[in-house]
Every structure is written in C-alpha cells, then in structure tokens.
Design a protein around this ligand. Structure first.
Ligand code: PLP
Length: 439
C-alpha cells in the first residue's frame, strides 16, 4: 500500500480511522471493542476530552523544549504526581518516550550507581525466564521471550535466569503455596550465589507478568522474599511496571499490593494512555544522591526525554484517574470481569486458568484441562482466537507458543478503566463466540 514497514511484512493491517471511548473504527466502517487497550495502553479509552484539551493547551503554549536547555512546568508537575503516589523512597523521576527506553534507562542508572560507589565489578542482571521487558538490545537481553530474542543472541548481554512465579503451571500438586514460593526464592538465592553476589547489578521482574504469559500475579510473599534477598546481597530490585503499572491492577503501582519498595520502577503504556508516547523511571533518592554527590550527572539522555506535550497528556491522565476515582473502578470492574469470565468459561474444557489483577486478566487455553496439556504451538490457537475476535468486532491480545518462552496459549484482556458492566458483558460474549469459532 505504501512504503511503510508493518509488523507483518507480508500483510497490511486494517486502517484505523477514528476511535472514541471503547471503540475503534476502521476504514471499511467496521467497529471493534477495544478489550485490550491496544497492548494494555489505552486505560482511559479513546478520544478522552480532558486529555485532548490538555495536549492542545500545551501545544499552543510550547510543543518542545530540549532538556539540555530547559525544563517545563508540566514535566515537573508530572514528576511530583508520580512520586507522590509511589512506594516509599521513590522520589526521583526520569521521563522517557516508552517502556523499552524506560528499561534501558533503569539498567544504565543501576550500573552507573555501582560504578559511582566503586563496585565496578557488578555487571550482571538476573531476570525471569517468562518475561518481557522491551525490544531494544538491553531490554531484550533481560527479557526471557526466546522468539523475540532469537535473531539477536550474539548482540545481547548475558543474563542469568530464574523461574517465573507461575503457580498454575509450576506449583507441584503436593506443594503448598508457601513451599512453592520458598522454592522459587531458594532458586533465586542459588542463582545469585552462582553468578557471585558482588557481580550482580539487579534482579529485574514484572510484578504481574504481562506480554509473556498473561496476567500472572505473584504468590503472597514472593516479592517480600525477593526484596530481602536483594537487600542481603546489596543487589538492586528493578520492578518493570510498564504494563501492570499506572492503575491497571487497581493501585497506581502494582507492587504496592506486594508490600515492598523496589529500588527502581519503570512505567510506560498507561502513563500516556495512548495519547502520547511516554515512559518513566522512578528511582530511590539514595541511588540518585550517589550520582549527585559523585559525578553530578546521569550519563544518559535522548532527544525527546521530558517532552512537554507527552508530559501534559500523562499529567492529565493522572488527574482524570484521581478525579473519577478510576482505581476503585478498576478494582470493581476487574472483579466483575473475572466473575463474568468465570461464569462463561469456568467449566470450559479448554480454559485452564482465569487469572490476573485488577483489569489485567488472562485466560490460559489448554488442550486438556485436567493435565493442563497445552495445544500444539504450531496450531497458533492464540492467533486464531485474535483473528476470529477481530471478525467479531473485538480486540484481544494474544500470546502463545512454547518457542516464545511462553508456555501455552493465552488471551489477555486489559479493557479501559471506563468500561461499564455492559461493555464487559459484551466483551465476554464476543470472546466466547470467537473462542468457539477458533477451536
Ligand atoms: N516492559 C513490559 C512489562 C512490557 O509489557 C513492555 C511492552 O509490552 C515493555 C517493557 C516495552 O515497552 P514499549 O513497547 O513501550 O517499548
């Protein structure tokens, strides 16, 4: 159609021409209910008037200011907002343009911190096998998605890996939840020992796994255990909240629900809610103070960091979430959606698990429910559910295939926080038809 390189180089996607609220419309006049916020991005739905007018005001005032010369009121106010609601001690904010950039920034900040404390031998990261942290080389290196990594191996830094906290698949029948959690933490401890505690920069994990396995929340106590291991060995804990943060799970930061404070949190997606490309890194004051009193600068920076229109959009998103009490709405609607999914699929022979936090919810599809045997990855069931759903006017986010580092087929739902019960019920009904058509 044009010179544009699309994700699929053999196929041009539908053309989106307009979007409002829960609906996206294409050039052929078809509408789609956005049940996944794109990729857990559009948390306020489309065309929200408050966000649009905040952006317009900022464009009229000042569309761009390079951070080597200026800061802007909107960027400063956004940073204050983000830290005000953050877990304890996370007082420093660095604004970037998306999730992968946030992860790169976090990894570099963590490394520079150790260089400035004289611990230059710390060069390694530990991450989890079933994880996704972005597509740039550093973020891809810490991520565990083999399919995304497969062409780039020689260019990626080596990262030690541990198991994800994936109770549905990995907790043994004779293990209690506590025993399972304990086993995961022992594995992390052993991995730290093997890599050498003094060689490690950080442990990196998504508080709720998003794009590589679908809405997998941790067991109680898992992240408290991670925090204490990191403290014991002086390792930083980087929580990647690019997908699960910014209210998606019913609290502004998902890790709040696990009762710990990471050293660094990365956010993106719902921060700009699709209105602008923006991500951010939040860091503990002590960490940044080390650089302040050391070299005096973070050796980093991109042309578009702290972009004022992106900051204005993100700030307006924060204000709408607060004014409209949308965190409470996420909790309420999340429970409602799970109830509806349970009623529809709770006894379905090919739905093994319905799980998640807030409005980040996934179905895991299995060939055989009692044994949890997945479908043959070659069948790409997740993709055919997505295609059938699009034909039924529904957007859902599919994941699957063993080679992807994703075990089984998953359908992720991440509807906008403004979804009504009627919207959710329509989503479940269309999903049910789509699954039946795909099976
Ligand atoms: N981290 C997580 C947990 C993600 O889900 C994603 C994107 O899906 C990223 C990082 C990368 O974000 P972006 O696609 O904005 O670069």
């Amino acid at each position: 159609m044009s010179h544009m390189m699309h994700r699929n180089l053999r196929q041009t996607p539908r053309v989106a021409v307009s979007a409002q609220g829960m609906l996206v419309r294409d050039s052929e006049g078809r509408t789609y209910i956005d049940a996944c916020g794109g990729a857990a991005v559009s948390s306020l739905g489309h065309g929200h008037p408050d966000i649009l007018s905040a952006m317009h005001r900022q464009i009229d005032r000042n569309a761009y200011a390079h951070t080597a010369f200026f800061t802007t009121d909107v960027a400063e106010e956004l940073a204050d907002r983000l830290t005000a609601g953050a877990p304890e001690g996370l007082t420093e904010v660095y604004l970037v343009s998306g999730g992968s950039e946030a992860m790169e920034t976090a990894m570099k900040l963590a490394r520079q911190y150790f260089v400035e404390t004289g611990q230059t031998g710390r060069t390694k990261f530990i991450a989890r096998r079933q994880s996704y942290h972005g597509n740039t080389l550093g973020a891809l290196a810490v991520g565990g998605n083999e399919w995304r990594r497969r062409h780039f191996g020689p260019l990626l830094i080596e990262v030690a890996r541990v198991a994800p906290c994936y109770e549905y698949r990995d907790r043994l029948p004779d293990q209690t939840q506590d025993q399972y959690t304990g086993a995961l933490l022992r594995e992390l401890d052993e991995q730290i020992q093997e890599a050498g505690p003094h060689n490690i920069i950080a442990f990196v994990a998504e508080p709720v796994v998003g794009a590589t396995g679908g809405a997998i929340a941790p067991t109680p106590g898992y992240f408290r255990g991670v925090r204490s291991l990191c403290d014991r060995y002086g390792i930083l804990f980087i929580a990647d909240e690019v997908m699960c943060g910014m209210g998606r799970t019913g609290t502004m930061y998902s890790i709040e629900q696990d009762g710990v404070s990471p050293d660094i949190i990365t956010i993106g997606k719902g921060l700009g809610a699709g209105y602008q490309p923006i991500g951010a890194v939040l860091a503990q004051r002590a960490l940044v103070d080390q650089l302040r009193k050391g070299s005096g600068a973070f050796q980093h920076g991109h042309t578009y960091i702290g972009h004022p229109v992106a900051a204005a959009a993100a700030l307006a998103v924060q204000k709408v979430i607060e004014r409209d009490d949308l965190l409470a709405a996420v909790r309420l609607r999340g429970e409602a959606l799970r109830r509806m999914l349970q009623a529809e699929f709770g006894a379905h022979p090919n739905v093994g698990d319905i799980r998640g936090r807030g409005l980040l919810i996934a179905l895991e599809l299995v060939r055989d429910r009692p044994s949890k045997e997945p479908f043959d990855p070659a069948r790409k069931l997740h993709a055919s559910v997505r295609n059938k759903a699009m034909a039924n006017g529904l957007m859902v986010y599919p994941m699957g295939g063993t080679i992807d580092g994703v075990r089984g087929d998953h359908i992720l739902l991440a509807p906008p926080f403004i979804a009504t019960d009627a919207d959710l019920s329509e989503i479940v009904s269309r999903l049910s038809d789509s699954l039946a058509a795909a099976l």
